[in-house]
Design a protein. Structure first.
Length: 310
């Protein structure tokens, strides 16, 4: 008699992805003095593309013409997110940059949700984001805020397109298409900034950071979005500004205020509340891709509205 191991809850995959993204972003600060924010994003994406191409076979034979907009859009959105976030982080504290960018998935959660509860949780998360950013105190770096706002748009598109691509292809083969596209999109801007400053040591560091972002988190998020609604995913990401603030304290020695610590409590509450009622039925007919394309396709798991994601 065969036994089936319980699937990792999608909320756990999402939280692991958030820690990976924010740790990779914080550690990337060490590359920016040498390569600049765009050069750092380009080298990290390029290393991530190489790693994914080594791990998985792009599903070129399974591509349909109708898949092209989602694949290209996802690659472009990843490129925008990578560049604008590092550019914002150069001018803003890590937690603040994440909080502003979080408005992208927060908007997705609010617009795609149904009923008062779906609006209440993003509104609660937004209150926590405001406490984290403290827009009423001090001078605001408008250029940094502008970069973060552009990242918010890219993040919103990423949430929508990742679910669409993940519904079409299982495995990580699709990422072996989208991440190289992201690297190519950033190349005209990142290569000139990094040119002449790249060393083998920096290439090795960028390759290690590429595992933290984009490789690992994008694999985890694609798996999570196959089993979560946009509202649950977007609201659960309310934890990300708190994670960014925490890692900013540990890695970058950025000290939060008492109000920012209160904001952590608020966003954690909203993120925890998003765990319920956020499971979606896995779509059928997705194409298995990757090195193990011949392996058995994972069956869709039926779910019930209101079930806990735990």
């Amino acid at each position: 008699m065969s036994t089936t191991q319980p699937a990792i809850p999608p909320w756990a995959l999402t939280i692991a992805a958030m820690f990976s993204i924010q740790l990779g972003s914080a550690l990337s600060a060490g590359l920016m003095p040498a390569l600049g924010p765009i050069g750092t994003a380009w080298l990290r994406l390029s290393m991530g593309a190489i790693i994914l191409l080594l791990l998985a076979r792009p599903p070129l034979k399974s591509l349909r013409f109708s898949d092209t907009p989602a694949i290209l859009g996802l690659g472009i959105s990843v490129g925008i997110m990578s560049v604008t976030f590092l550019a914002a982080m150069e001018r803003l504290p890590l937690g603040t940059a994440v909080a502003i960018e979080f408005l992208g998935p927060l908007s997705v959660a609010a617009l795609r949700g149904q009923g008062v509860r779906s609006l209440l949780l993003p509104a609660t998360a937004l209150a926590g984001v405001l406490l984290l950013t403290e827009p009423w105190s001090g001078q605001v770096d408008l250029l940094g805020v502008g970069f973060a706002a552009m990242g918010a748009i890219g993040w919103a598109a990423y949430v929508l397109l990742t679910q669409k691509v993940g519904d079409r292809f299982t495995g990580i083969g699709a990422l072996a298409l989208t991440i190289p596209i992201a690297a190519l999109v950033v190349t005209p801007f990142g290569l000139p900034q990094a040119f002449g400053h790249i060393t083998w040591e920096l290439v090795g560091v960028a390759a290690a950071l590429a595992v933290l972002i984009p490789v690992l988190p994008y694999i985890l998020e694609m798996r999570a979005l196959r089993r979560m609604t946009h509202t649950a995913f977007g609201t659960l990401l309310a934890l990300e500004p708190a994670i960014g603030l925490l890692l900013g304290m540990i890695v970058l020695a950025q000290s939060p205020s008492a109000l920012q610590l209160l904001g952590i409590v608020v966003v954690v509450f909203a993120g925890a509340a998003a765990q319920r009622g956020g499971r979606r039925q896995q779509p059928g007919g997705a194409i298995q891709c990757g090195r193990s394309a011949e392996a058995r396709q994972e069956p869709a798991r039926p779910s019930h509205r209101g079930d806990s994601l735990a």
